[in-house]
Design a protein. Sequence first.
Length: 334
Amino acid sequence: MKLNFDHMQLSAHCESGATVNMLGYYNIKISEPMVFGIGAGYYFGHLPFMKMNYSPATTFRALPGLCFSRACKNLGIAYERNTYSNPHKAMDELDRVLDKGIPVGVQVGVFHLPFFPPEYRMHYNMHNMVIYGKENDTYFVADSIVEGENKITFDELMRVRYAKGAFAPEGKMYYMKKIPETLDFKLPAIRGIKKTCHEMLDLPFWMVGVKGIRFYAKQLRKWPAKKGNKVASQYLMQSILSLEEIGTGGAGYRFIYGAFLNEAADLLQREELKELSIEMGEAGDRWRNFSYQGARNCKNRSEPEFSYDLLADIILDCADREEQIFKKLKKIKF
């Protein structure tokens, strides 16, 4: 059984891309930036107590699954989202939902994905893709990163659904149960904006939001003296991977959100959102500048080309820019 699933390919963010694909199956036309904005996928957190590839974890996105569930909630779509301790039960549940003619999103680790190019494979467990059919022992996959019709066997799929390590997927799957007859994106877009403003400005925890960006800059300054240049370079490279490669990357999310604000400006008839869209793009450019300068440091581990103080100053500038953007957003009366 294989659903008539015409999926969008090469989205910027796997989870919002998967959500767009599933909505498209129900003939709902919505852009990826609009899904990302309505789902409040924008975020920042620097968590030294949590390790990814032996380095402090830095995240530029909401936790896996939140963008999908928030988008569905704000749009009034009934959905199901579960994890399973038993791998065989997880596969049985996937088959049961597919038999009902419903496409299913799954969270997986990418290291053992058979259709991923070798250069894409890393120990990263927060990738999302859509399963839209099964024939014998083979599943059909819509992946927003890899073009073409992709296939994966039962054993291969179970393996990546139960990849080990940080943010292990634990068989996570999600799907839409009931779609409203009509959808209006205006109120959901406003709710998404307010949620993102709250998480970037108002959460009391010092490791997240704008506070988290400043905390990250403070930690970055300490790495060479505290850990030595070799370990500092390892930590910095992991941050750059999070920015530019893993799960879209931090700078990429800034550009997606800028596109959302531009689209929301027309939707809500608020011209000031277009101005903030431009500012968000400039913040993304600043993050990219940090990645460029930081990567040059990583190539000269024994004698870094740029001081970590300079890199930390770039991060503080990013924090200032994002704080101003979200303060302006928060003041808008919708």
